[in-house]
Structure formats: structure tokens, C-alpha cells
Design a protein around this ligand. Structure first.
Ligand code: SAM
Length: 662
């Protein structure tokens, strides 16, 4: 059975079968060939991503889906002789080698041909022959061919290929009037002089350079091919006409453009990175307005529950929870321990001071990464209200003790079946706690709610860490479901009429069904779940930028750095907003007509998390989105700056309760 732990199988199922390639032989061949073996070292970690990738000599290895689509269209039989033009890395030749009797592949760059030959030889493809030369002239000594596949785009089908194709043979190639934009066609030779041509889809390949292709200077077009055409000129003008310029962030009217979302049940505010000051400040300004003018009840952020609770108790003027530690001390600290969040927290505390206790706006965490702290919080709570129950809970949570500080290892241990799963214990601990809801809540409803949330988190985190070993989509989905459940519990806890502002990354907030996340990787997210539950009462607001600086690390647990954000790519959403020329703006995406139609054509969008790797930006940070379906509004800052982390020394005069204290 196909296990979802195997990235190659997952790629075949999601990216290829999921997009309608049905030929079982082709799917099996794609499952067999190790794409990483055809990539330069630096690219290997992206081998099963849904994208073309750069290879040596400024060329590309095609997107896996496109390879499968072309091979399927060529209808390669088990004894067929196949000619490929554009060996590149040798990957597509290996796939053909799995399917055909013999494969002849030509590459114009000698260095690439040598590498491809060596890789194919190492993997044992002795039915594939590689030659250096101008493939537009074909390989007359080995003709006729049952199938010809070209992986570079030419202006027309070369005469040499027509002549070398067997009657009933199939030729698949990208043909286009420009060297970088083509239609993928299939030409079938129906008789000695007759041909049948069909169009498959729009594509973008590197140019076919040669006597019967494009002249040499077109090799300057060295862009990664994408299936979508490049942005159509004029879109930025439509954006310019429709977007609403925003004043300075310090201007008290900055957030008035968001009053139209004041009647929603939940307003979700995104961010295109976890380290950009403008995104935090804009979210703070919008949230202040939603709380002050529109009566929103709390803010729920992409942070761990126990850390955020420390802030919550501070802003609502409640005593600190016994044993609580300063908030946000784990990597990536700057995500919440920064001067912008600090300013917002101080504002919220000041605002709440003037409110009745039950009307004070809270600050909560939706995330799932606090297994050890959450368990400790449940036990500390039970110690104070029910010591007998605390003893039982200690035993139950004991199942996870060996893994609490490195829970990622737990999933692997359970998968290897050397250790038992702790699911039943986690669920039982939660059930025990909830069963005594009335008794416990009579002491202090807030503290009971906190303990119950921590017990829910421990149960969800146990499932999450196990799922991590079954593939990224499952664990991602559990995390976002947990965030959504927590949001629902918070709304229910605050009672009828409660309304929430959510702060999380665009990847959690922009409806996943309209991005590569949902379409290709099978991931769902908080924004999508909110739309399903609240319909029009949810507003999903995304954020974007063209360039500037960002606080980020190069690797998980790595040093915090201030990095330059590269100018946005020409084929991105961001580039269109940049070209529109307004420094700060919001585009409400309920736009009709031409602008909507053109924005709906998929484009790349940049996602920077706590890690930023400009060297592999396309593969690491861009994904295709359909903007007006992904969000209800898009907030634009053309240039942005890195967040400033909070100082690590105690500031003089701060109250003892100060949640970011040392
Ligand atoms: N099939 C390749 C793979 O699986 O990695 C992808 C190849 S890449 C999209 C296209 C290749 O065509 C480039 O390596 C380029 O150098 C080559 N090419 C372009 N014009 C050519 C020609 N006239 N003859 C042979 N190769 C050519």
C-alpha cells in the first residue's frame, strides 16, 4: 500500500494523478525514478516539490507533472523507440527508459550531456543513449521513432523530426511565437504525408536553440518555466485604479479603511513574514480600531497557549498564573518578543484598564507547540483544586515523559512500534478534567478554561507529533484544525456575541483551497475552516511587500538575522502591486469585472516564515495562488523593515507582572 511517508509517492498521487494523469504505466514510472538523483546537491531537498528546478548550465529540470503529461501524451509502448530532445538532467529520459524499449536523447550542452549520461549509467538505464548535439536535426541514424518528445520550446515543428517520426508515431513538443511561452502540442503522423495536431495546454519551457529552432541569442531567456503565462501588462494599472491608498501607520485614520469589516464575527489578519514590522504595526492599528469602535472581544494569535496566556493575564489585569514564566523564550523569540507586539500589549492593558472586567479584551494563543508547558500547567492546576485527580493525571501524562522535551522524536518511536502511543492517556486526562467541569469551574472559571485548553492542546499535540511521521499535510492539517478548535472554544467561552481578531501568517489565513497548499499538497488551513464555519461573517485579510528587510533565521533554531528581502519576482502578485506604484494600500478583493478576472489567473506569492533563504527563494518561498479567492482584502506595503527584538535586559521601572520580563 502506498504510504504517505514516501514523498515520491505523495508527489505522484497529489501533483500528477491529482491533476488528471491516469495512465498507470506512466504513474508507475514516475514513482520509480528518483528525481533527486538528477539534481545538483543544493536542489535535492526540493526534489518532490511541484515545480521546475534550476540545474547546471542555467537550464531546468521540468516540473514532474509536465514530464508525466508529455510522456502520457506520447503514449509510449514497451518496445517503442523514443527520441527526446533536451536531455537536460536526464530525468525525463529515465522516466522514458522505464517505459520504452530504447531511448535516444540529445542535449546541446556537452557538460549536461555528460552529467546525464553518468547519472543514467549509475542508475542502470542501459536502454538510454545520450548524445551531444543540435537536437533540431534529430538522430537520423536511429530513425524512425515511435515517439518524439521535445523538452524545449521552438517556433515550429522541425522538418527533420517530421521525417524521422514513424507512421502512427506521436510527437509532443512546446510550440510558441516567443522563445518562452508555448502551447504544448501533440502531432500524430496519420500517413506518410498526413498529420493530426492537437493542443494539450499552455506551458513555459526554455527555448529550443538550433538550426531548426531559435537562434542562439534567445538563450538569454533563462527563466524557470511555469505553466502560467507571464503577467499581462496593464494589470498593475487596474490595481492602481481600484486600490485604496493608506496613510502613514502613525496616522490615527490608518485603520478606517477596515471599518467595513467591523460587523464580522472573525477578522483574520495575515502577514507575509514572521519578522516584518509594518505587518505587526498595521495589524495592531486595525485591531485597536476593531476593539475600540466595533467591540471585538479578543485577539487570538499564532503563538503557544501558555505564553499567550501570560500576556492575557497581564493585559486583563489578572494575577499571573502560579509558576508562569516570561513569555516567548523559545525560538523564534522575535516573532512575539518584539517592540511592535510590546507596544500593542501596553495599549491593550491601558485600554482594558478603563473597561469593566468582563468587557476586557483578551490575548490568546492558537498554536500547538507547548506540549511540556501545557502538561505542566494542567498538573499545577489540578494540584491546587484536586490532588487525587492530579495523581491520576500525572500517571497518564507520564506516558509522554520521555519525549516531552523533544516531542518530534516521539512520533518516530511510536512508528517503529517499540513504544506505545499515548493517545488513550491524553484523551483520558482531558476527559477526566472535563467531567468535573462544574465542580472545578465553581472555583475559578478562567483558570478551569485555561487548564482545559492545555489538556486539549496536549491531546492534539500527541496526535500532531505522531502525524509528523506520516507526511507534512496530515500534521499541518491537524495543527490548523487545532487552531480552529481553539478559536471556537474561545468564542464559546466569551459567550454570545463574542468576536475575534486573529493574527497568523498568510499561509494559515489565506483560504488554502485557492493556493498550491490545498490544490497540490492536500493542506487545509484556518482561513478555509473559518469560511466554512462563518461564511460571510469571516474576513480573510492578507498582507504583502515588494522588498526591504526582514528578521529571520537561515535554519530552524539558528541565529536571528536581519536579512535583505529580494525584490519580488516578475511573475508574482507582489510585482503587480509594486508596479502599481502606491507605497501603502489596501485592495478590497470584492472587485468586479476585468480586474477580478485578471487577478484570478494564478500567480506566484511569496511566503516567508521564521526562515528566509534568498538563495533558493523561488523553491523555498513562492507558491501559486488565486488572490481574490484566497483573501477578502490584500494590504500592501511596498517597502518594509525588520522587526526589532525586545532587549534581553530588564528595563528599569517595569512592573513585576511585565510578561516579557526576564
Ligand atoms: N528533459 C530535461 C530533464 O528532465 O531534466 C529537461 C530539459 S530542459 C527543460 C531543456 C533542455 O533542452 C536544456 O537542457 C537545453 O540545453 C536543451 N536544448 C535546447 N535546445 C536544444 C537543442 N537544439 N538540442 C538539444 N538540446 C537542446
Amino acid at each position: 500500500m502506498a504510504t504517505v511517508t514516501d514523498p515520491r509517492r505523495r508527489m505522484v498521487r497529489r501533483q500528477i494523478a491529482g491533476r488528471g494523469v491516469t495512465d498507470r504505466r506512466v504513474l508507475a514510472a514516475m514513482e520509480k525514478v528518483p528525481r533527486e538523483a538528477f539534481l545538483p546537491d543544493a536542489m535535492q531537498e526540493f526534489a518532490y516539490e511541484d515545480t521546475p528546478l534550476p540545474i547546471e548550465e542555467g537550464q531546468t529540470i521540468s516540473q514532474p507533472y509536465i514530464v508525466a503529461r508529455m510522456v502520457e501524451a506520447a503514449d509510449v509502448g514497451a518496445v517503442d523507440r523514443v527520441l527526446e530532445i533536451g536531455a537536460g538532467s536526464g530525468y525525463a529520459a529515465a522516466v522514458l527508459g522505464e517505459l520504452a524499449g530504447r531511448v535516444f536523447t540529445i542535449e546541446r550542452h556537452p557538460a549536461l550531456a555528460d552529467l546525464a549520461r553518468a547519472r543514467l549509467g549509475q542508475l542502470g538505464y542501459d536502454n538510454v543513449e545520450v548524445r551531444t548535439g543540435d537536437g533540431t536535426l534529430g538522430w537520423p541514424e536511429e530513425a524512425p521513432f515511435d515517439a518524439i518528445i521535445a523538452t524545449a520550446g521552438g517556433p515550429r515543428v522541425p522538418e527533420a523530426w517530421r521525417a524521422q517520426l514513424a507512421v502512427e508515431g506521436r510527437l509532443v513538443m512546446p510550440v510558441g511565437e516567443t522563445p518562452t511561452r508555448q502551447r504544448l502540442i501533440r502531432l500524430t503522423r496519420t500517413g506518410p504525408e498526413t498529420w493530426h495536431e492537437e493542443e494539450i495546454e499552455e506551458v513555459r519551457f526554455v527555448p529550443l536553440i538550433g538550426q531548426q529552432g531559435w537562434p542562439e541569442e534567445h538563450e538569454d531567456f533563462r527563466r524557470a518555466p511555469r505553466r502560467e503565462p507571464r503577467p499581462i501588462s496593464g494589470l498593475h494599472q487596474l490595481i492602481r485604479a481600484a486600490e485604496q491608498p493608506l496613510p502613514n501607520l502613525e496616522d490615527p485614520t490608518f485603520a478606517s479603511a477596515f471599518d467595513r469589516y467591523g460587523d464580522r464575527r472573525v477578522v483574520l489578519l495575515g502577514e507575509a513574514s514572521h519578522g516584518t514590522s509594518e505587518f505587526y504595526r498595521a495589524r495592531a492599528a486595525i485591531t485597536q480600531r476593531l476593539i475600540e469602535r466595533h467591540g471585538f472581544s479578543f485577539v487570538a494569535v499564532e503563538a503557544d497557549w501558555p505564553d499567550a496566556l501570560t500576556i492575557d493575564r497581564y493585559v486583563r489585569h489578572l494575577p499571573a498564573r502560579p509558576g508562569a514564566r516570561p513569555a516567548f523564550r523559545r525560538f523564534p523569540t522575535w516573532m512575539w518578543r518584539n517592540t511592535d507586539v510590546d507596544a500593542f500589549v501596553e495599549w491593550l492593558r491601558g485600554h482594558n484598564e478603563r473597561q469593566l472586567a468582563e468587557r476586557r479584551a483578551g490575548f490568546f494563543g492558537l498554536d500547538i507547540y507547548s506540549l511540556a508547558d501545557s502538561i505542566a500547567a494542567v498538573l499545577a492546576y489540578l494540584d491546587t483544586v484536586d490532588s487525587a485527580a492530579a495523581k491520576v493525571a500525572r500517571e497518564r501524562y507520564g506516558c509522554l515523559t520521555p519525549w516531552q522535551h523533544d516531542p518530534a522524536v516521539y512520533g518516530r518511536a511510536v512508528l517503529s512500534e517499540r513504544y506505545r502511543a499515548c493517545e488513550a492517556d491524553m484523551v483520558a486526562a482531558l476527559r477526566d478534567l472535563l467531567a468535573k467541569r462544574l465542580e472545578y469551574a465553581a472555583h475559578d472559571g478562567e483558570q478551569f478554561f485555561d487548564a482545559a485548553q492545555n489538556a486539549r492542546l496536549a491531546a492534539a499535540a500527541e496526535r500532531y507529533y505522531r502525524a509528523m511521521y506520516y507526511g507534512s499535510a496530515e500534521s499541518w492539517n491537524m495543527r490548523d484544525r487545532h487552531m480552529f478548535d481553539t478559536l471556537q472554544h474561545l468564542l464559546a467561552h466569551r459567550g454570545e456575541g463574542a468576536r475575534a481578531v486573529v493574527w497568523a501568517h498568510n499561509s494559515h489565513i489565506g483560504d488554502a483551497r485557492f493556493t498550491d497548499m490545498g490544490r497540490v499538497r492536500g493542506e487545509l488551513n484556518l482561513g478555509e475552516l473559518c469560511r466554512a464555519r462563518f461564511g460571510e461573517e469571516a474576513a480573510l485579510i492578507g498582507f504583502g511587500t515588494h522588498a526591504g528587510t526582514v528578521t529571520a533565521a537561515s535554519d530552524w533554531d539558528g541565529e536571528m538575522e536581519v536579512k535583505e528581502v529580494r525584490p519580488s519576482r516578475e511573475d508574482s502578485v507582489e510585482h503587480q502591486f509594486h508596479a502599481a506604484g502606491v507605497p501603502r494600500a489596501v485592495l478590497h478583493l470584492d472587485v468586479p469585472g476585468e480586474l477580478r478576472r485578471r487577478l484570478r489567473s494564478p500567480r506566484l506569492e511569496r511566503f516567508i516564515g521564521v526562515i528566509y533563504r534568498p538563495e533558493t527563494e523561488l523553491q523555498s518561498h513562492y507558491a501559486e495562488v488565486e488572490l481574490p479567492s484566497q483573501f477578502d482584502a490584500y494590504v500592501w506595503f511596498d517597502r518594509t523593515a525588520a522587526v526589532t527584538p525586545l532587549p534581553t535586559v530588564q528595563r528599569p521601572g517595569v512592573p513585576e507582572t511585565y510578561p516579557f520580563g526576564l
